[in-house]
Design a protein around this ligand. Structure first.
Ligand code: NAI
Length: 320
């Protein structure tokens, strides 16, 4: 059965070009009303132009779809969501796609480079998602996509500012997934790779194999009402899609961790601390606390109490 979006309102940021344009076209072709947001600046975040968003809106309308343009920066997320509400009365899906680069070696990154990158990627994703949140909460339905990068997940030479910002949106997504789960607001992160303005410096013979059209299928599925995935992180490119997760070694308890000789104990145990045999895949703060309390219980000669860790978490989860 075709995954349809009739009656749904989808906001795609940075939709005037590259990947964002593809998301907008795909959602519109499946019946969604789309807000095509794009500031239309250069890839370093300077300048603006309405023509990119307008072109995509015209393309959607020519194909019989429904779309409106918005030219605000994602840092003014309320205005973008306002466009959705004023034109279509609701917002069901937010794709936090807008992005820029200011690549420099770490030693050459200026405060301005750092802030500009963080404002667009992190603050922008926060602002747009937050503005949509109350509508999604009222509807008891919402789907949010964050966009990270291999540079964020693994690091990349010359991209310290971008790496930090791109991993920040994974953290944002993880908590939105927890807070939104019971409200049927699902948040997931994608890590795409495709030929666009941002990857134009990479060799064309390689990039020819990575088309922007290959990315929307994952996003269209993740945002559909039939999809229960929440809090996932997915790599996607060239037709390949996979899910990523954390892995943790079994670890070692250092006796007398506050003793003077504890650093030497760390050194002596390094092989065990970094041994991936018997590794596990923790997926929550409960899993983190469970491990801590398990080891403490073992140290004290007490039985492992799984509930204990959950008590620890709920005691400190006091945010309202
Ligand atoms: P692109 O440069 O082709 O498109 C980005 C769009 O975002 C542009 O049209 C630009 O005008 C818009 N934009 C920039 N700042 C904005 C702002 N403040 N407010 C509203 N719109 C703004 O780039 P591409 O490749 O399509 O990237 C899309 C997203 O995917 C970005 O977040 C990027 O970091 C991410 N990404 C892309 C990869 C790739 O292989 N192309 C790899 C990893 C991540």
């Amino acid at each position: 059965m075709e995954l349809r979006y009739d009656g749904r309102v989808v906001v795609v940021t940075g939709a005037g070009r590259g990947l964002g344009r593809e998301y907008a076209l795909q959602f519109a072709s499946r019946g969604a009303s789309v807000v095509v947001n794009d500031l239309g600046g250069d890839m370093k975040g300077s300048g603006k132009s309405a023509s990119y968003a307008d072109d995509v809106v015209n393309e959607i309308r020519r194909a019989g779809g429904t779309a409106v343009a918005n030219y605000d920066s994602v840092t003014e997320g309320e205005k973008i969501i306002d466009t959705a509400i004023k034109n279509f009365g609701r917002v069901d899906v937010v794709i936090n796609n807008a992005g820029i680069l200011r690549d420099r070696k770490f030693e050459n990154i200026t405060d301005n480079d750092w802030d500009t990158i963080h404002r667009v990627h992190v603050f922008g994703s926060f602002k747009v998602s937050k503005a949509a949140w109350s509508f999604m909460k009222k509807q008891r339905y919402g789907r949010i996509i964050m966009v990270t990068s291999a540079a964020g997940v693994y690091g990349n030479f010359g991209q310290a500012n971008y790496s930090a910002a791109k991993l920040a949106v994974v953290g944002l997504c993880n908590t939105l997934a927890i807070e939104g789960g019971s409200l049927n607001i699902h948040s997931n992160t994608i890590c795409p790779f495709a030929a666009s303005r941002l990857t134009a410096k990479l060799p064309s013979e390689v990039m020819g194999k990575f088309k922007v059209e290959d990315i929307p299928p994952l996003v269209v599925y993740l945002c559909h009402e039939s999809c229960q995935e929440n809090g996932g992180l997915f790599e996607v490119g060239g037709g390949w899609i996979s899910k990523l997760r954390w892995q943790r070694t079994n670890g070692v308890v250092i006796p007398n961790a506050s003793a003077k000789t504890a650093p030497e104990s760390v050194q002596q145990n390094w092989d065990k601390i970094t041994d991936w045999q018997d590794a596990t895949n923790p997926a929550s703060t409960s899993a983190f606390f469970r491990s801590l309390t398990r080891y403490i219980a073992e140290e004290l000669g007490e039985e492992d109490d799984k509930n204990n860790s959950i008590n620890v978490v709920s005691k400190y989860s006091v945010g309202k």
